[in-house]
Ligand binder design. Structure first.
Ligand code: GTQ
Length: 348
C-alpha cells in the first residue's frame, strides 16, 4: 500500500488555522488523539498525606479563624499534579474539616453530595434535614444533595473528618446551586437516629418513597456496625484476591451505592496478605482506619498508617499489602461512572 504524500505544508495549514480561528472553528485532526485517548491517562498523580502532618496544621487553622468565618474550615487535599484546583482527582474534591469546641459550621445546602469520614470525634454532630447524628471515629456520614446541613461540637475536643464531595462533577455539568439557611443552626425536627430506626436494620418503611431521591436514607453508617459486619466475614472463606475482605455501603431501598455519584466501601486486609494488581477507571481515595499498609501505586510504594489518606488515580495499577491487620475506607466516582456505563477494570 502506498502512503499518500502530504497535500499541504505546515505553513499553509497554519495559515488556514489562522483563517478559521476568528470564526470560532478549529481543526479536529490537530487534537483528536488527546480528545479520544487509547486509554485513560490521569491528570492526577498518586499521593499520600500523613495525618500526623495534617493534624497540627489543621489545629493551627483553628486559631486563625472561626468555623463561622470560614463557613467550612477545611484544608483541601490537593492532588500535587492539580494545584489550585481543589481536586484530589479530576472529578473529586476532598479535604479535612475541623470544628472546634463550641463552634457551629453554619447551615447551608448545595447541589453537591458530600460524604464525611470521621477521624476524631467525641460527641460532635452533624444535622441533616432536621435530623441530628452524633459522629464517632470511622462513621461514614452522608449529606444528600440539596439537604440542609450544619455541623457542631458541644464537647471540648476538636472534631475532625475527611470530606469527599462530587462538586467537580456538579460544576462540570454547570448545575451547582447553593443557599445559606436563615439561621446558623437549622431546627431539629426529628428524633436523633430516626433514619437508623426506619432504614438501618434490614427493614424499611411500608409506605412512602425515598426521602433523598437516589441517596441512601441512612446518613450515618456507624463504624461500630460496619466494622462488626466486616470482622464477622474475616476468616470466613478467602479474602478477595484484589480487595481483601470487602463490603460496600448500600442504599437499603435499592441495594445500589449509598450515594448517587460516589461509591464507598470498607475492606479488611489481614496482616501479611497482599492484594493482586488491579486498575480501574475510578480514581480512588483511601483512608486507613486501622492498622498499617503498604500501597504500591504505579510501581511506587507508600507506607500508610492510621488516618493517613492516599489517592490512586484512574487506571493506575495498584496493590495493597497489610503490614498490620488493616481496615481501609475507600471512596471514588465509580457510582457515577457505572450509571453512565463507562466504568472498567483490569486485573492481574
Ligand atoms: O461541610 O458542607 O469540605 O460545603 C466543602 C464544601 C465541606 C460542607 C467541604 C462544603 C462542605
Amino acid at each position: 500500500m502506498q502512503t499518500a504524500a502530504p497535500t499541504s505544508d505546515a505553513a499553509t495549514r497554519k495559515r488556514y488555522y489562522d483563517t478559521i480561528a476568528p470564526q470560532s472553528l478549529a481543526p479536529l485532526w490537530e487534537v483528536l488523539k488527546g480528545l479520544v485517548p487509547p486509554e485513560p491517562r490521569s491528570k492526577a498523580v498518586p499521593h499520600v498525606w500523613s495525618y500526623s502532618k495534617i493534624r497540627p496544621l489543621l489545629l493551627e487553622a483553628g486559631k486563625l479563624l472561626t468555623a463561622e468565618e470560614a463557613e467550612r474550615r477545611v484544608l483541601v487535599l490537593e492532588n500535587p499534579a492539580l494545584p489550585g484546583q481543589s481536586r484530589i482527582t479530576p472529578s473529586m474534591y476532598s479535604g479535612v474539616q475541623l470544628v472546634m469546641p463550641g463552634e457551629i459550621a453554619p447551615a447551608h445546602r448545595h447541589t453537591a453530595s458530600a460524604l464525611r469520614f470521621v477521624l476524631e470525634s467525641d460527641g460532635g454532630y452533624t444535622v441533616v434535614a432536621g435530623e441530628r447524628t452524633i459522629m464517632q471515629r470511622g462513621d461514614f456520614v452522608i449529606t444528600p444533595n440539596g439537604a440542609w446541613h450544619d455541623h457542631g461540637q458541644e464537647k471540648d475536643t476538636p472534631l475532625i473528618w475527611v470530606d469527599g464531595l462530587d462538586l467537580h462533577m456538579i460544576n462540570f455539568f454547570e448545575t451547582g446551586f447553593m443557599e445559606h439557611h436563615n439561621e446558623k443552626a437549622q431546627t431539629i425536627t426529628k428524633k436523633d437516629e430516626d433514619s437508623v430506626a426506619r432504614y438501618g436494620s434490614g427493614l424499611v418503611p411500608m409506605t412512602g418513597g425515598s426521602p433523598f431521591g437516589m441517596t441512601s436514607p441512612i446518613f450515618n453508617y456507624r463504624y461500630e456496625k460496619s466494622r462488626a459486619a466486616l470482622m464477622d466475614i474475616v476468616g470466613q472463606g478467602k479474602p478477595d484476591a484484589h480487595l481483601g475482605y470487602a463490603l460496600r455501603y448500600a442504599n437499603p431501598l435499592d441495594g445500589g451505592w449509598a450515594m448517587p455519584t460516589i461509591a464507598t466501601w470498607l475492606t479488611q486486609i489481614p496482616k501479611g496478605f497482599e492484594t493482586k494488581d488491579a486498575r480501574c477507571t475510578d480514581g480512588r481515595t483511601i483512608i486507613v482506619v486501622e492498622g498499617e499498609i503498604s500501597a504500591e501505586i504505579d510501581g511506587k510504594t507508600y507506607r500508610m498508617g492510621e488516618s493517613d489518606i492516599g489517592v490512586i488515580p484512574s487506571w493506575a495499577w495498584s496493590r495493597i499489602r497489610a503490614d498490620k491487620d488493616a481496615i481501609v475506607f475507600t471512596f471514588s466516582d465509580r457510582a457515577a461512572q457505572e450509571k453512565l456505563g463507562i466504568w472498567r477494570e483490569e486485573k492481574r
